[in-house]
Design a protein around this ligand. Structure first.
Ligand SMILES: C[S@@+](CC[C@H](N)C(=O)[O-])C[C@H]1O[C@@H](n2cnc3c(N)ncnc32)[C@H](O)[C@@H]1O
Length: 263
């Protein structure tokens, strides 16, 4: 259920950078060295001003519980989500995660029923929890500091029988504890340049040939993201998922892609 998209300048344009843009690039790199996560706080899709990215909660949030329902227009799944920014950037729900949650709920109960699903960079676990509530058997994964809040959210929603929490650091050897999935989910995982090759490696090792479905929801924040897609292109091709809400989130520089591993 996907439509081929026209190449966009961000994802496919290999033309040389003009000089002014190269200077911007060098400035970007220098600022990254000082604060690698600054792109999560500002929106580089608008290069004329530093707009605040639109997380659905303020960043000062500590130990709060929110309720989110999907799909937004005709709720099917309702999730209580503990959010706490003190666990790191993954401790709150990001817009791309909400877009991906909305999409899988829009596809309906039959889509995920009985499927083995792994979510990468789960943060609070939102997307994986929605997948579990929709009938999938899910492994939500992230780095060690997030595992506690992920487990609390599994328990809060009574999804222990179908959602398991595991540590998974991109680029590390995959644990036999997580079976090869039929579907991989990832939302808002492109923001920290040193992790780009690690994420591509994990996606590539986890996907079995072209048969593993991958839903990859991405928010464009800066020009350097192009380097991620250059790396990704060596292992995967992609299309934009067919989603009637696409126009709305495309305006926020969010894209939902289906990736296919190259033979
Ligand atoms: C911006 S947050 C997105 C969280 C969640 N997917 C959402 O959409 O709300 C990015 C997530 O990627 C995780 N992450 C970053 N680098 C990682 C790595 N090397 N291995 C595993 N997870 C990583 C972070 O811990 C964080 O939870």
């Amino acid at each position: 259920m996907s439509a081929i998209i026209q190449p966009t300048s961000l994802l496919f344009d290999n033309s040389p950078e003009p000089v002014a843009s190269l200077n911007e690039f060098a400035l970007d790199e220098a600022l990254d060295a000082l604060d690698p996560l600054r792109h999560l706080r500002t929106d580089a899709s608008d290069s004329t001003r530093d707009t605040v990215v639109v997380p659905s909660q303020p960043r000062s949030i500590l130990d709060e519980t929110i309720r989110l329902t999907f799909p937004a227009d005709s709720p099917l799944v309702s999730i209580s989500l503990k959010v706490d920014a003190s666990h790191g950037c993954g401790g709150i729900a990001w817009p791309a995660g909400e877009v991906l949650s909305n999409y899988i709920a829009f596809r309906g109960i039959g889509y995920l029923q009985g499927k083995k699903i792994v979510e990468l960079g789960s943060g609070t676990g939102l997307v994986g929890l929605v997948a579990g509530a929709l009938g999938g058997t899910v492994w939500i994964t992230d780095q060690a500091p997030l595992l506690g809040i992920m487990q609390q959210n599994v328990t809060l929603n009574g999804l222990q029988s179908c959602v398991s929490v595991r540590e998974l650091n991109w680029g590390e050897t995959l644990s036999s504890d997580i079976p090869p999935p039929e579907l991989i989910l990832a939302a808002d995982c492109v923001y920290f340049e040193p992790a780009f090759p690690l994420l591509v490696q994990t996606l590539s090792e986890m996907a079995i040939g072209g048969s593993t479905e991958i839903l990859f929801c991405y928010k464009k924040r800066r020009k350097a993201d192009k380097r991620f897609f250059t790396m990704l292109k060596k292992k995967f091709s992609w299309e934009e998922a067919y989603d009637p809400n696409r126009e709305v989130y495309n305006r926020e520089a969010i894209s939902l892609l289906t990736l296919t591993k190259r033979p």
